[in-house]
Write a protein that binds this ligand. Sequence first.
Ligand SMILES: Nc1ncnc2c1ncn2[C@@H]1O[C@H](COP(=O)(O)OP(=O)(O)OP(=O)(O)O)[C@@H](O)[C@H]1O
Length: 236
Amino acid sequence: MVAESVFRTRSLTKSYGEGDVRIWALRGVDLDLYAGELVVLLGASGSGKSTLLNILGGLDVPASGEVWYRDIDLSKADDRALTAYRRDYVGFVFQFYNLIPSLTAWENVAVVTEIAEHPMPPGDALGLVGLKERMHHFPAQLSGGEQQRVAIARAIAKCPEVLLCDEPTGALDSSTGILVLEALETANRETGTTTVIITHNASIAQMADRVITLSDGMISGETRNATRADPRSLNW
Ligand SMILES: Nc1ncnc2c1ncn2[C@@H]1O[C@H](COP(=O)(O)OP(=O)(O)OP(=O)(O)O)[C@@H](O)[C@H]1O
C-alpha cells in the first residue's frame, strides 16, 4: 500500500533579519510526512525545528520553496487562509501549556470543541490522556504533567488531521514526561492523527515510526524504527 502523503516540502527556506545579521533558519528542506505516522523531529538547539514546525502548522510562512498540506499550497496562502487551515486541520501542543487558569480542565477543552466542526466530547478527550477523574479541577490544582495532558486533550478534541508538538516534555521531569508521551502515543494510535514531536532528547526517538534529524537548517538524517518503543520503556 502506498502511504498517503500529508505534508510535502521542497527546497524550503526561511531566514530572519536582513543584510549582515540575516540568519538562515532553514536552508532547503525536502520533507514528506505520511498519514497517521508518529514522527520525532530531532536536532540541536537552533537547528530549525520550531521554524519548520511553525511553517507546517501555518503559523509562519517560508522565504522560498514549497510547502503543501495535501492539496493546499501553504506557501501561497494568505493570513485568512492560514487561519482557516489551522482551525480545520491542526492541533498544537507547546512546551508551556497555555491553559486558561479560571476554567476547569473540562472547560479548557470545551473552549475548542464548541467551535470545532466534528469534535469529540471533552470528557472523551480527557479520558484518552488519562484525566477523566480530574476533569473538574482547575489548572492550579494539577501538576505540570497533568496540565500538559489537558493541553493535549484540548489539541486532540477537535479531531485534527495533524498534531504538532514543540518540546511537549521540555518543562517536565522524565517520569512526568513519560506520562505525557504516553498520552501523545495513545492519541496517535486511537485517533490516527499524523503526529510530529519536536525534541532535542534522542531517547524519545525510539517511540516514533520515523525519526528525522535536522542540523543547521537541513535534514541530515532519517531512520525508521522497526517497532515503536512503549514510552514507559524510555529513560532520560
Ligand atoms: N524570530 C526570530 N528572529 C530571529 N532569529 C530567529 C527567530 N526565530 C528563530 N531564529 C533563529 O533561527 C534559527 C532556528 O531557530 P529554531 O527556533 O527554529 O530552532 P530550534 O531547533 O527549534 O531550537 P530550540 O531547540 O532551541 O528551540 C536559530 O538560529 C534562531 O536563533
